[in-house]
Write a protein that binds this ligand. Structure first.
Ligand code: GLP
Length: 259
């Protein structure tokens, strides 16, 4: 099962995960990071800034989870723009080494396969950062996604479009389709780190960590991974049946193990 770490707040989560990422980069300067968008990973990227300021991160590579189909890459809410603004520029990464699925309609029939090949050519993802949607989606793998799925086009649910409407002028502007790494793609990363904060994520977190494996709850796929870490605040942990055990386990964890 996943290791669950319950932290006091987002800042503590960001510090914990950022420390793991710099340890990875220190050991492997061309580490391959799996980058997530959404508000959840922001504390990680913020905590990374001072840590990478005195490190050489020019070799670090990255793959974003997903992108909207048909959105202008220059649109401020394209995931290409979001990754550039929130990760590449503040951390000083090489934009040439940071990949985002190509949502252009002209090339969409083979964009999934192209992305899979690029990940494979990079040797796979070392550490994949994940958020989770209120309906349990990871990346943009909506309920019903195959655990074996690879990067492909999906239709966003009404709920996801409602959730993401806050980034657009209106819900009508939220694209209908996306291209996302599949659950099988995500499971191939060597370490999964799923973060969640707030009461609105509590049910999805409990179902992902403790519920039965189900394509209806795509986040439950993390239970199949040999090294998955779930970092949550108290509110997001509030529906976990084994919360006390997770606290006990982490409090007694040998320091050498990392996360
Ligand atoms: C979007 C992204 C997901 C993200 C989810 C949750 O749907 N494609 O990768 O996990 O939003 O977003 P937030 O972290 O803002 O709650």
């Amino acid at each position: 099962m996943a290791e669950v770490i319950i932290v006091e707040n987002k800042e503590a989560a960001g510090a914990l995960v950022a420390a793991e990422i710099v340890a990875l980069i220190d050991g492997r300067p061309d580490a391959v990071l799996g980058l997530a968008t959404g508000s959840t990973p922001l504390p990680v990227y913020e905590a990374l800034r001072p840590l990478v300021a005195d490190r050489d991160v020019s070799q670090v590579r990255g793959f974003a989870l997903d992108e909207y189909v048909g959105i202008d890459p220059a649109h401020p809410e394209s995931y290409r723009s979001v990754i550039t603004r929130e990760v590449v520029e503040p951390l000083g990464l090489d934009p040439q080494r940071i990949h985002v699925p190509n949502g252009a309609e002209e090339t969409i029939p083979h964009a999934g396969e192209d992305y899979e090949q690029a990940i494979a050519a990079a040797g796979g993802v070392d550490l994949q950062i994940l958020g989770i949607g209120t309906d349990g989606h990871i990346g943009f793998n909506e309920p019903g996604s195959s655990f074996a799925s690879r990067t492909r086009v999906k239709t966003l649910t009404e709920q996801t479009r409602i959730d993401n409407a806050r980034f657009f002028d209106s819900i009508d502007d939220v694209p209908m389709h996306c291209i996302t790494q599949g659950l099988g793609t995500i499971l191939a990363a060597r370490h999964l780190v799923l973060l969640a904060f707030g009461e609105s994520k509590a049910a999805a977190v409990a179902a992902a960590v403790e519920g039965p494996l189900s394509a209806s709850l795509p986040g439950s796929a993390i239970q199949l991974h040999p090294h998955a870490t779930v970092v949550v605040d108290e509110a997001a942990a509030s529906q976990l049946a084994q919360a006390d055990y997770y606290r006990y386990t982490f409090a007694n964890k040998p320091a050498w193990q990392g996360i």
